[in-house]
Write a protein that binds this ligand. Structure first.
Ligand code: PMT
Length: 400
């Protein structure tokens, strides 16, 4: 989303201004054009020359500069950009924006700019929690300004608390997601993705599980968010970092996954169940670690609920996409699941094939539809498989 975008970055006089050098660098590396506007206070903390070198563009610092690049600079920059970002946004600039004060180049540009605005508040915790700041932020929210929540942690004033400027990578991802929500081809779509394998406890230290790494589901969730969808990811335990810009819920058992999925089901347009859900759970979960006394140990198992089947029964306009992990009779078994679970599509993988199924970075799948149509995809990365699935989701929903 950042490729070719014109971004005006307003830098104010917060200690975290130094982090914005990295942010500008990351935005430029992602293909954006960046113009930096600094307040007078910011120029005491970071040299405008540094921002000029990193952005590759002149840096605007004063309403009264004789060598301004644009005629009527505060209006021109606001017209030039696709989005304006203020980072760090101090209590001062937030107050000015909320009160309609325009007394320097940045505040004047913000007033004159009719493009979307994102601010990243960063300040001492007491300043952030001061009723005036809280009130001003609320005003800005009502005015349509997007506010990136500040982080918590060690602050320059020596205390731990909220008010930290988020890391440059996180701000970049926030801007990217913001643009995707406005322009991405899946914008407006609410997608629930499940990933990873569920685990059923045998005793406090052992469980029944499977080999799902979560890679397939995480790739789908990441790309759906990148393409502008509002994504909820419900995941069993994995070693993966949840993708940025998705609402993430971590679960362990099938029952927990069921509860999490049913909680959001009425409010989504699409469900993609890539999770490998445990079909059975121990009838009895031992309170203490089971001792190895006998030569054999018998476990009695109860059937778990079939989450996808329940979703199929309760369908109210949602598009339902299932996966089928098969070791034999791929097409027959997958087609039966389409019917039994009332699905709109199933992604069938023969998990015995090289490069397909569990834990690999690639997959080989066949897409089956209720009318009997089958579309085969060659060996490709899970990212590519995910994008094929999302293309079909887009076509079938018309993005609602
Ligand atoms: O996570 P990776 O390592 O990247 O591996 C990817 C994958 C192999 C796990 C993935 O591609 C995959 O095939 N996921 C589905 C695995 C599975 O549980 O298949 P199934 O044929 O047993 O189930 C059919 C469908 O019903 C699935 O969408 C499953 O999520 C769902 N299901 C199954 C059982 C159950 N009790 N409830 C369910 O909702």
């Amino acid at each position: 989303m950042l490729e070719g975008k014109k971004i005006a970055v307003g830098v104010t006089g917060g200690i975290a201004a130094y982090k914005v050098v990295t942010l500008v660098s990351r935005l430029v590396q992602a293909g954006a054009q960046v113009r930096v506007i600094m307040t007078d206070a910011a120029t005491h903390l970071v040299s405008p020359l540094l921002f000029k070198e990193i952005s590759g563009n002149p840096v605007a610092t004063s309403l009264w500069a004789g060598n301004a690049e644009f005629n009527v600079e505060h209006v021109a920059i606001g017209r030039w950009c696709d989005v304006m970002v203020v980072a760090p946004a101090t209590a001062d600039i937030i107050g000015k924006m909320a009160g309609g004060i325009a007394d320097d180049l940045l505040s004047t540009t913000l007033m004159a700019c009719a493009k979307p605005k994102i601010i990243c508040p960063a300040m001492n915790t007491n300043m952030l929690e001061n009723p005036a700041t809280v009130r001003n932020l609320e005003t800005l929210r009502r005015d349509g300004v997007t506010i990136m929540p500040s982080g918590a942690g060690h602050l320059a004033c020596g205390v731990n608390g909220s008010g930290r400027l988020p890391e440059p990578e996180d701000i970049k991802a926030f801007i990217d997601a913001f643009l995707a929500r406005r322009e991405g081809d899946l914008r407006g779509l609410r997608i629930l993705v499940t990933a990873g394998g569920t685990r059923e406890a045998i005793d406090p230290v052992r469980f029944i599980g499977n080999r799902s790494s979560g890679k397939m589901g995480y790739a789908i969730a990441r790309d759906a968010a990148r393409r502008g969808a509002e994504v909820t990811l419900v995941s069993g335990p994995t070693a993966l970092q949840p993708p940025r810009n998705v609402a993430f819920t971590s679960v362990e058992s099938t029952r927990e996954m069921l509860d999490a999925v049913l909680g959001v089901y009425p409010n989504v347009d699409v469900v993609i169940m890539a999770a490998a859900v445990a079909d059975y759970k121990p009838h009895h979960r031992a309170e203490q670690k089971i001792k190895k006394n006998d030569e054999t140990l018998e476990l009695s198992l109860d059937k778990n609920p079939d989450i996808l089947k329940l979703l199929g029964q309760q369908k109210a306009g949602q598009l339902l996409v299932g996966f089928a992990a098969e070791t034999q009779n791929l097409l027959e078994n997958a087609a039966a699941k389409v019917k039994k679970k009332n699905l709109d599509m199933i992604v069938a993988n023969d998990v015995t094939m090289k490069g397909a199924g569990f834990s690999t970075d690639t997959n080989v799948v066949k897409l089956l539809f209720p009318d009997g149509t089958i579309k085969g995809l060659d060996l490709m990365t899970k990212e590519e498989v995910g994008n094929h699935i999302l293309d079909i989701v887009k076509e079938k929903t018309g993005c609602r």
